[in-house]
Design a protein around this ligand. Structure first.
Ligand SMILES: O=C(O)c1cc(=O)[nH]c(=O)n1[C@@H]1O[C@H](COP(=O)(O)O)[C@@H](O)[C@H]1O
Length: 308
């Protein structure tokens, strides 16, 4: 899957991923009103609203981008109908030819991680039949439990040619509380980065590993150090846009080949119609506003890479 992701990044010339994090507060009123009239105010309606919202965003952007990253919490909060919307979103994006990164941030003891890996990236056996429950191409994984939590994901990745992105240095303000702690004089995130590179050697694609890392755009200097520690690791970089990351902060996340990083923006794209720069589109045209925001994001990142 990492090879397909890279091919799509090359074809679209867009090292970006659109985060499908559909909070109800980002959904235009007209869409919510329409579905509430049809279904009432219910969890089922919420699931339907977020699916229709995603579909509009995807229909307007799919030809410009290689990948999407649905964040499961935004679906899970609506219970079973939310999870159905998650599954439908994954299936729809795949139909549109997009690589899907399931932002599920899983990781547990070995046997439990195995079930997570099977559920999100693999196939589950029921009697004599096997099923693909969600069918994402990549999943995000939390490494706090160590190799036991990661190994089952590596096995499924090998079998299914899928990939993972392991949290190394997260974008949030308190990420340093644990991740920056020095151990034998070195920050924990560097130690995790080294381990990610090591795990990645077990599952290599053509140029890069199936095992990627997550490093926040909000910590560019740490990104620069981690790029060197993990040369064959694709880095998923959240934190662009709404969290303050800009194109110029991102150049060192990329390798000299112009590859090696994929930048996520969620609110900055899907709720673009609420921003001053795109307000002229009006809420009825929120999909077109998202498309304009994608084009601007790609221009910003390309400009920064060309002038490095
Ligand atoms: O794993 C992630 O994607 C992730 C890691 C991280 O360090 N920071 C981070 O913001 N994320 C996710 O990336 C998305 C960022 O959303 P925006 O800030 O709206 O662009 C959310 O889905 C977060 O859960």
């Amino acid at each position: 899957m990492i090879n397909q992701l890279i091919n799509k990044i090359k074809a679209t010339k867009a090292p970006i991923v659109v985060g499908l994090d559909p909070m109800l507060s980002y959904v235009p009123e007209f869409l919510k009103t329409k579905v509430f009239q049809e279904m009432g105010e219910s969890l089922e309606a919420a699931g339907e609203i977020i699916f229709q919202f995603n579909k509009e965003i995807v229909d307007n952007c799919y030809d410009l981008i290689p990948a999407v990253k649905p964040q499961i919490a935004m679906y899970e909060q609506f219970g079973v109908p939310g999870m159905e919307a998650f599954a439908k979103t994954v299936a729809y994006c795949k139909e549109k030819g997009l690589v899907v990164i399931g932002d599920v941030k899983r990781g547990d003891i070995g046997s439990t991680s195995e079930a997570y890996a099977v559920g999100h990236l693999g196939q589950v056996q029921v009697g004599s039949k096997s099923f693909t429950p969600f069918g994402e191409d990549f999943a995000t994984v939390n490494p706090y439990l160590g190799s036991d939590g990661i190994n089952p994901f590596l096995s499924v990745c090998k079998e299914e040619k899928k990939g993972i992105f392991i949290l190394v240095k997260t974008s949030n303000p308190s990420s340093g509380e644990f991740q920056d702690r020095l151990i034998d004089g070195r920050p924990l995130y560097e130690i995790v980065g080294e381990k990610v590179a090591q795990w990645g050697e077990e599952v290599m694609g053509e140029e890069y590993s199936y095992v990627g890392a997550v490093v926040g755009a909000t910590y560019p200097e740490m990104g620069k150090a981690l790029r060197k520690i993990m040369p064959k690791t694709y880095i998923l970089v959240p934190g662009y846009g709404a969290q303050g990351g800009k194109g110029k902060d991102l150049v060192h996340f990329f390798n000299e080949d112009g590859l090696g990083a994929i930048i996520n923006s969620s609110r900055g794209i899907i709720a673009a119609y609420k921003q001053e720069a795109y307000q002229a589109y009006g809420e009825e045209h929120f999909g077109e506003a998202a498309r304009a925001a994608v084009i601007d994001m790609v221009t910003d990142i390309k400009g920064a890479l060309e002038s490095r």
